[in-house]
Design a protein around this ligand. Structure first.
Ligand code: BG6
Length: 490
């Protein structure tokens, strides 16, 4: 049985309350937490948007979204009734100073409660909304603000947002979301590394040959194509999710789980990343875009067709070779790749160990494979260690790779909560450990900006890959040059 600790009564104000994230992720997450009794007392969920909607119409919208987004059979009338009584809808144009009255009225008298403003809006609104909250006297001592990604589109815009929001909220009241940090398996990385003594002596240069991180999606860009076309995979996925995964794999042990202890270690990794510029743009980066193909037998269009035929050099796939300049990781490459319209939704971290220094077995007796520790993030979350074993039999001494495979779902036998369930509860509890600190976000942008600039400067080719394949040939070539290959075979 999982343990659910109730959070104290709160007012959660969701700006962008009619948006995709609110309806598809935040409200289903709150529905589950309601069901497990974590939402208590007279807690309120206040959806804010510019549209003139009656509460009844908004509730109908939420109910429809829950029915569509919850796993089959999870929608229960009584659980929905408990949640719906908490939901309010307020019309507010965040950019119009005179239009905050309804929100001010609704929050009046609840100054002692935990108050969270969740900004599920375009990043350009983060500053104005923070200022609006402050100007209207809505920032109480117990207030927190949550910023959804993307936090800007480069270092400069991220700093500007951070400055604007920072004028209204203290840093420890600002929760910058990277939903990968809320995933159970990502947190399990901390448990794997720091609750077991087994791995620590092996987790370093000299023992580890290289690390691979793959975050593959079979989905395309869908309804977000206009937004995505301005962003691309490097900013959408690498700057945040993949770099956070690199940090969790590469960081030193923090002295505790205190939020600053963990974040202090992550920032050291970001600062130790060797910048990718100059000639290394060609050898250390690959960018590509999908063309029409087929996934699971269904034909899918290419990116340009989805864009309506417009010209675009936006990447839907990125592969990078990262180098970390510190004692632990010097000389150990971290290869990362992510893409849309790959064969499956499949995310994993592979720690590949070095070959044995000398083999005592006759060459014909094995197909020697180095040991690999695979941390499967999704689907089928778990950990797998591949080792060489002798095939049973009295005759020859035949070696084969076998797996010690642990599936978390089978082991723990519980539903894996969505990352937002965890993250929302952490904000309400006031624990920022799973959120990004200002310096982390800015350091990540700084490193990414150099790649964007290098791509422009060197007119780096945008390769193509057929939807349903494992990406462009350049991604395999990048590893071939180092005598390595991606897992699973691309
Ligand atoms: C989001 C990206 O941050 O993460 C999306 O903006 C991407 O483009 C999504 O699809 C992937 O998240 P998950 O949890 O489905 O792996």
């Amino acid at each position: 049985m999982a343990l659910f600790v109730p959070v104290e009564a709160f007012d959660l104000v969701i700006f962008g309350g009619t948006g995709d994230l609110a309806l598809r992720k935040l409200l289903p997450a709150l529905y589950h937490r309601e069901g497990d009794g974590q939402v208590t007392g007279k807690s309120r969920i206040i959806a804010v948007s510019r549209g003139a909607l009656k509460r009844k119409a908004y509730l109908a919208m939420v109910e429809k979204a829950l029915r569509e987004n919850l796993p089959a059979g999870d929608f229960r009338a009584e659980q929905w009734a408990a949640l719906r009584r908490r939901i309010h809808y307020v019309q507010c144009d965040a950019l119009a100073p005179g239009k905050w009255g309804a929100l001010v009225d609704l929050l009046a008298g609840a100054e002692d409660r935990v108050r969270v403003a969740y900004l599920s809006t375009a990043p350009g609104l983060f500053g104005p909304i923070a200022q609006g909250l402050k100007r209207n006297g809505l920032v109480t001592p117990a207030s927190r603000i949550v910023l959804e990604k993307p936090l800007g589109r480069d270092y400069e815009s991220a700093c500007e947002i951070n400055d604007q929001v920072g004028r209204c909220f203290a840093e420890n009241r600002i929760y910058r979301i990277d939903h990968y940090l809320g995933k159970e398996t990502v947190q399990n990385l901390l448990a794997l590394r720091f609750a077991n003594s087994l791995f620590e002596p092996l987790w370093r240069r000299g023992v580890v040959d290289h690390v691979q991180i793959t975050v593959a999606e079979d989905l395309g860009v869908g309804g977000r194509i206009e937004f995505y076309d301005r962003i691309g995979a490097l900013r959408d996925m690498v700057q945040n999710h993949l770099m956070q995964l690199v940090c969790l794999v590469a960081m030193e042990a923090p002295s505790s789980l205190h939020h600053d202890a963990v974040r202090d270690e992550k920032i050291k990794v970001l600062r130790a990343l060797r910048p990718i510029g100059g000639d290394r743009i060609r050898t250390h980066t690959v960018r590509a875009q999908y063309t029409a193909g087929a996934i699971d037998g269904a034909t899918v269009s290419g990116y340009i067709d989805e864009l309506g035929g417009a010209k675009s050099r936006t990447e839907t796939f990125v592969a990078l070779k990262l180098e970390i300049d510190n004692w632990r990781w010097s000389g150990v490459p971290f290869y990362v790749r992510t893409g849309k319209r790959l064969p499956a939704k499949h995310s994993e971290i592979v720690v590949a160990f070095r070959d044995v220094p000398h083999s005592i077995f006759p060459a014909q007796s094995y197909e020697l494979q180095s040991n690999r520790l695979t941390i499967r993030l999704q689907p089928d979350e778990g950990v797998e260690l591949s080792v060489m074993a002798k095939r049973p039999g009295p005759g020859s001494f035949e070696l084969h790779p076998v797996s010690l495979d642990l599936s978390f779902e089978e082991t723990f036998g519980i539903r894996y909560p969505d990352a937002y369930e965890r993250l929302l509860m952490e904000v309400l509890r006031g624990n920022p450990a799973l959120f990004m600190r200002r310096d982390e976000v800015e350091a990540a942008w700084h490193w990414i900006d150099a790649i964007v600039a290098g791509w422009e400067e060197h007119n780096q080719k945008v390769e193509s890959y057929v939807a349903g394949s494992w990406g462009p040939s350049g991604a395999s070539t990048m590893l071939d040059r180092d005598g390595r290959n991606w897992q699973p075979e691309s």
